[in-house]
Structures are given as structure tokens and as C-alpha cells.
Design a protein. Structure first.
Length: 328
């Protein structure tokens, strides 16, 4: 059975409610509102049926409007991976491989050119709802790429295999480029320059963890406890110059809840506080012996906001003050 993530299904319902549709009108759907609470996905045909229903109720362009309301967080773990891509176009490389986290009805292929790159959506429409879903996908692509780059970049052309709708106002507003219908392929095209833009939150080290986490979720593999601790230690070391990271922030990066994160550590006999102190001590000793950095700078680099607090902590760890340790 083909499936679609429940997050995408919920997004459509919530936006339809925002546009004025009453909740009672959803009760005749094959997957009504009161049946989605504990689901991870819905049958693809139920999703396409919802698209058809809302297109009829709310008029042409609903698929485009709901696409414009998509947020990166709506895509779950895949969205987390997108957030820290190093460049904008990397999102499509990820989508080719990992979009099955959201649905097994999408196939993306990227044709990279020197000046223009074309992104193909191979998803033949056997019904109107699938055509509408393709429209929503390209509409969402525009806002996701803008969120990643924090720039108002737009495609240079969009092509759909199906017939044009009755009204194109929402389409022109969303894409702001030539839009073609009755074409041989579903394609959204961007300049290579725009796709090569550095993303606003690019972070190579975190990016590597997210790719690994998505890979594990895709394959249904639970992260190994020892590997998890190693990953957390590296993330802590990266974060310390900006302050001590929280459990919630690291858990989010690794694609799990704070509760699961803490439980995984406990299962391996360590606490988050212990790992923080371990990396602080390790970093402090390294800087004291291998650099000429001032004590105040080392305090900052190890997550302390005041040198006095660092001095007390270091004395507790080693029995020596930072100055004494450096001399010996």
C-alpha cells in the first residue's frame, strides 16, 4: 500500500480550517479528523482524495496555497537534515534518497547544469488529487528553499504534465516565473547560482549527524548506544564556545525527544552532566598545555561565562588551578 506522512495530511486539514472550512465537513473522508491522532501515515489514495475534496470546496489554487504554508519542521527528521545542508541545492540530493520518510509515491531526479538545474518529479497522475499534490510539492519547494537560504529566490520556470486550472493567480504569486502545463514532465528549474548559495544554518559537523540519523530512520535501525555517546561528545565539543548546550537542543539535532535522549544515555551508564564536564575538562587541559590562550579565553571556550567559575571547576576536576596546571 502506498502511503503519505500524517504530517502532510494534517497540514492540509489545518489550512483548510484556516480558510474557513468547518470541521464537520471532513467526517465523510475515508480518514476523517478523529481517526488521525495515533497514525504515522495515511493511505496515499486517502491523501489524494483529500486534495480533490479541498480543491472542490475551496477552489482552484488550494494546493498552491497549502504548499506556501509548509515549514521545514513539517517534514520531521528529513526537515532537520534539510536545515543544515551546506548549500541550497543539497536539499534535492537528500530528497532523491530519503523522501520515502514522507511517502513512497515520490521520485526526484536532479539534472545539474552549468547555468540551470532541473528537478524532475516522476509521479504520473492517475487521478486529479495526484496532480494537485504535485502542485503542492513544487509550491512547498519554493518556500523551503527560501527558508534555507533566507533569501527570496524563485524558480526560473515550472512545468506540469496536467491541464491548467481555471485561475492562475495563486500560481503566479507562488512561483513568480513562467508556468507551463501539458508538458512532458513535472519540472521545477532554478539557476545553478541560486542552488549553490550557502544555506543560512550550514554546519558541516551537525549535518553529518543528521544524514546518519535520517539513514538510520530510513532503514529502521536504532542508533547504537556507544555510537550515540561518541556523537554527543563531538556535538558538545562543537557547542561549548557558544555555551553549554541543553539536552533538548542536542536531542533535536539527533532527531529524538529529550526523554529518549536521556534514557539512551542512562542505558549506557552515563549522564548528560557527566559528558559535559568530561568535554569541558578535556578541552581545558588541551588549551592550557597546547596554546597560549589567556585563562579568560579558555573559560569562554569551555562554556563558562565567568573566569572565576571556570577556575573553581578546574580546581575541582584536577586539584590544581588553571595557572598551576599550565606551569606543570
Amino acid at each position: 500500500m502506498k502511503y503519505i506522512s500524517i504530517n502532510l495530511y494534517k497540514k492540509m486539514i489545518h489550512h483548510a480550517l484556516d480558510e474557513g472550512l468547518h470541521a464537520d465537513e471532513f467526517q465523510n473522508l475515508k480518514t476523517p479528523i478523529d481517526a488521525i491522532a495515533n497514525r504515522n501515515a495515511v493511505p496515499a489514495d486517502h491523501f489524494f482524495e483529500l486534495h480533490e475534496f479541498l480543491d472542490e470546496k475551496l477552489g482552484a489554487g488550494f494546493s498552491i496555497r497549502v504548499g506556501q504554508k509548509m515549514k521545514i519542521d513539517d517534514y520531521g527528521v528529513l526537515g532537520l537534515a534539510w536545515k543544515t545542508c551546506s548549500w541550497v541545492g543539497e536539499i534535492f540530493d537528500r530528497s532523491e534518497r530519503y523522501f520515502k520518510l514522507l511517502s513512497d509515491t515520490y521520485i526526484f531526479k536532479v539534472e545539474k547544469g552549468i547555468e540551470i538545474s532541473k528537478i524532475y518529479l516522476y509521479r504520473d497522475a492517475h487521478r486529479r488529487g495526484l496532480e494537485l499534490s504535485n502542485e503542492a510539492t513544487f509550491s512547498a519547494t519554493v518556500v523551503v528553499l527560501q527558508a534555507m537560504s533566507e533569501k527570496k529566490i524563485f524558480p526560473i520556470s515550472v512545468s506540469f504534465k496536467h491541464d491548467p486550472p481555471r485561475k492562475l493567480d495563486d500560481y503566479h504569486k507562488a512561483f513568480q516565473c513562467p508556468i507551463h502545463f501539458n508538458q512532458s514532465h513535472n519540472i521545477i528549474s532554478y539557476t545553478a547560482k541560486d542552488l549553490n548559495l550557502r544555506t543560512a544554518k550550514a554546519d558541516i559537523s551537525i549535518n553529518a549527524f543528521l544524514v546518519e540519523r535520517v539513514e538510520e530512520e530510513t532503514n529502521g535501525i536504532q542508533i547504537n548506544a556507544n555510537k550515540l555517546i561518541s556523537d554527543i561528545q563531538i556535538l558538545i565539543a562543537d557547542a561549548l564556545p557558544s555555551g553549554i548546550p541543553s539536552v533538548t537542543s542536542l536531542a533535536t539535532i539527533l532527531g529524538m525527544s529529550a526523554r529518549t535522549f536521556t534514557r539512551r544515555l542512562s542505558e549506557n551508564g552515563v549522564t548528560f552532566r557527566y559528558l559535559i564536564q568530561q568535554k569541558q575538562e578535556e578541552r581545558a587541559k588541551f588549551l592550557l598545555t597546547k596554546s597560549d590562550a589567556q585563562i579568560a579565553q579558555i573559560a569562554f571556550e569551555t562554556g563558562f561565562s565567568e573566569q572565576s567559575a571556570f577556575n573553581r571547576a578546574f580546581k575541582r576536576w584536577t586539584g590544581k588551578t588553571p595557572i598551576q596546571y599550565r606551569k606543570h
